[in-house]
Structures are given as C-alpha cells and as structure tokens.
Design a protein around this ligand. Structure first.
Ligand code: PHE
Length: 329
C-alpha cells in the first residue's frame, strides 16, 4: 500500500512544483513533504515500527524519493532566483547611450575674475599677493597711516565703528603697515580685499567694495618706476594701448600723492587709482629709516576697474545677486 503511494508521489510532487510560480509556494511544498511533519519525514519516523525486511525496502525507496524531491525543489528554486535577478538587472540597466543629465555649475563672480586676473599680471611682475583683516584697529586703519585723530582726512574715510576702537577697514592700506612690520624691504606686494565706507549708495558708490593695494619698497624707487609698472599693468588688463596721466592728489600716507587717470585711444580720461611715494612718517612708524628706503604705493577700486572693463554702468549690480547680470560672465 505504502509502496504504491511512493511511486505516485514523485509524479504528484513534480506536478505541484511545476505549477508554483513563486518561492513562497515552493517552500510550502518543501515543508509538506520534507519538513518536520512532512509526508516523507513521517514515513521515516514510522520505519521503526515495521519488521526489519519491510523497513529496509521502504527506507531505501523513501530515501530515493526524498533525494529526488529535494533535487526538484532546489532546481526550481534556482530558476526562480535567476528569473528574479534577471528582472532586476533589466530594471536597473543603465542605458549608456542615453544623453546625460546636464549638471548646472556656477562660475566665478566678475569681481573674483577681475581680482584673479589682476593678481596674475602683478605676480608676473614679481609681486606677492598678501591679505589682511577686514575688521581693523583704528591704529592700523588711520594713525599708522599718518592720519591722527581729528585730522580732517578722516572724513574722507567714514566707516562702521565696532566696539573697542575696532572698525571695518576703509581701505586696504593698513596691510602696508602690517606687512612692513613683519618683513624687511626690498618688498613688492599687492593686497586685494574688501573695504567698507559709511555712505549713501548710488550707481558709483557702495558701502562695501573691493580694492587692490600695491606697495613697492627698495633702495631706489621713483615715481617713474611707478608709472612704468602701472602703465604696463593697465595695458595688459585692458588688452589695448592705454595712456595714463598723473595729477597731483592728496593722501596723508604718501608724499607726493597722485591721482591716476587713464584713457584708451584718445577717449575720455577716467580716474582709475590713487597713489604716491610712501610718506616718511609711515616708514618711521614701521621702524624703517626714510633716508635709506624709498617706495611707492597705490590703491585701486576693483569694482571700478571691472566696470570699465566690462562696461557696467551700476556698481550695485555686483552685489544684487541678479542672475540676469551674473550669467553674462
Ligand atoms: N587708500 C587710498 C584710498 O582708499 C588709496 C591709496 C592707496 C592712495 C595707496 C595712495 C596709496 O583712497
């Protein structure tokens, strides 16, 4: 009786396996026959109640069918896993021929572009780039630059005062002092940086803007050297022939002082920077003997140079974050 069942069993199980279409059902079949309470397992468990000769025979058959069912289930299970993997691969496949998504990248601000370009020009002429703090002491911003308290020149540079005689620097000139305190001449530096002024804003004035300071100190430095350096710089920056002229000017930290105007091809003269020969008092302040050292200094507005170069009419555009403006660079 049991023998007949066993013979059919293989066919029955085979059919059941064939019908399943998922791993879960397949597992049910496994448990139904080979699990703890599975049909085949129960046969094994009942063997000991049988007489020895029957036991041997049935045991052998049950074992064969057990191996066979196990093999069929494993085979089917492998098929399922393979199908699943293939479906997943298909889903996750990367089509390398599809055009990529363009990632939007930003670019440098026009003032940064101008600052870097000017930096490169001066570096090629042997200048080092130096920076200083935006929050300055009153002493570095004014006194050390020969602008004592109550000097009318302080009105030229009204700024934002902070606590304890600290202020937002009105120019990059304090870095002249900071640098000369720590470095012995000969020296040749430029100092790009942000400066602040307390004033009403309009198309040509902002409460913050960028300057670029220059300082050259050596045994024999003349205004003619200054003129040559600046002319060369402006030609390279504007990539055209530039004519310059020096007008007398006034800065407490230079003597004599000049205002520099520039023009291209007989165009209008435009004021581009202030400059002068380093004042003896400034040398004294940093412990240099004005009889042994000479130097020139200059300060230009980066915003203004950028406006001239790119023909921008309003300085406030640099700080407005207006993409219609920024995207043009
Ligand atoms: N610091 C001056 C200003 O802000 C410019 C300047 C720099 C003039 C160096 C002379 C020498 O107006």
């Amino acid at each position: 009786m049991i023998k007949i069942n066993l013979k059919n069993l293989e066919i029955v199980v085979e059919k059941e396996i064939k019908k399943t279409d998922n791993l879960k059902d397949l597992d049910k079949i496994f448990r139904k026959y080979l699990g703890k309470k599975g049909k085949i397992t129960l046969i094994f468990n009942s063997l000991k109640k049988l007489p020895v000769n029957e036991r041997k025979d049935l045991g052998k058959q049950a074992n064969l069918i057990k191996i066979e069912i196990d093999r069929m289930i494993k085979k089917k299970s492998k098929e399922f896993k393979k199908e699943k993997r293939e479906a997943q691969l298909k889903k996750e496949r990367i089509d390398v021929t599809r055009p990529g998504k363009k990632i939007k990248i930003g670019h440098l601000h026009p003032l940064t572009l101008v600052q870097r370009e000017i930096g490169e020009i001066f570096q090629s002429m042997g200048f080092s780039i130096v920076v200083g703090p935006e929050v300055e002491t009153e002493w570095y911003n004014f006194d050390a630059l020969n602008i004592p308290e109550d000097h009318p020149a302080r009105d030229m540079w009204d700024t934002f005062w902070l606590k304890e005689k600290l202020l937002l620097r009105t120019h990059t000139s304090p870095v002249q002092i900071r640098y000369m305190e720590k470095h012995q001449p000969p020296l040749r530096i430029i100092v790009p940086g942000r400066v602040f002024r307390h004033e009403a804003t309009d198309a040509s004035h902002e409460i913050q803007f960028y300057q670029l300071e220059g300082l050259v100190v050596d045994k024999n430095v003349s205004a003619a050297n200054f003129r040559a350096v600046i002319e060369e710089f402006l030609k390279r920056f504007f990539k055209t022939d530039i004519e310059i002229r020096l007008r007398p000017g006034f800065f407490p930290f230079t003597e004599p002082s000049f205002e520099i105007d520039a023009r291209r091809e007989k165009g209008d003269w435009l004021e581009v920077m202030g400059a002068g020969m380093v004042h003896p008092n400034v040398f004294k302040t940093v412990g240099l003997n004005p009889k042994s050292w000479q130097g020139f200094a200059f300060g230009m507005g980066l915003d203004r140079l950028a406006m001239l170069k790119y023909k921008i009419s309003d300085t406030r555009l640099f700080y407005s974050s207006d993409l219609r403006f920024l995207k043009q660079f």
